[in-house]
Design a protein around this ligand. Sequence first.
Ligand code: ZN
Ligand code: ZN
Length: 123
Amino acid sequence: MKKLMRNVALFAGLLALVGCAEKVAEKPAVDAKAKEVVKESGGHGWWCDDHGVVEDECSVCQDKVYKKLKPDEICPKHTDRAKSQCFICNPELRVKNAAIYKAKYGKEPPEPSDNLPEAKDKK
Ligand SMILES: [Zn+2]
Ligand SMILES: [Zn+2]
């Protein structure tokens, strides 16, 4: 009888060990860091490729920038962005912002994918 009790205890100990090993195996902490690096090199660092402005000042991407806007600073037609960053309504703003990019990189910025007048308006 005593021997049986000891075997049960051993078995329980073994189970606990297996449980621990499984917990160590699953640790996705590294993935978060890897994604950070991809984001940095993916063009979404200093410049916002989508909206053609400095990323830190992009009212569409940066919640903190958008929240600071006064109601009359938001574009009435495109309410997800600042009037002063809406190239759809004010194409000349694109030229102004492109100059900032040019001063840093010496070339034209990539065409903003989400901040241009509708293509059908072009001739
Ligand atoms: Zn943006
Ligand atoms: Zn607009």
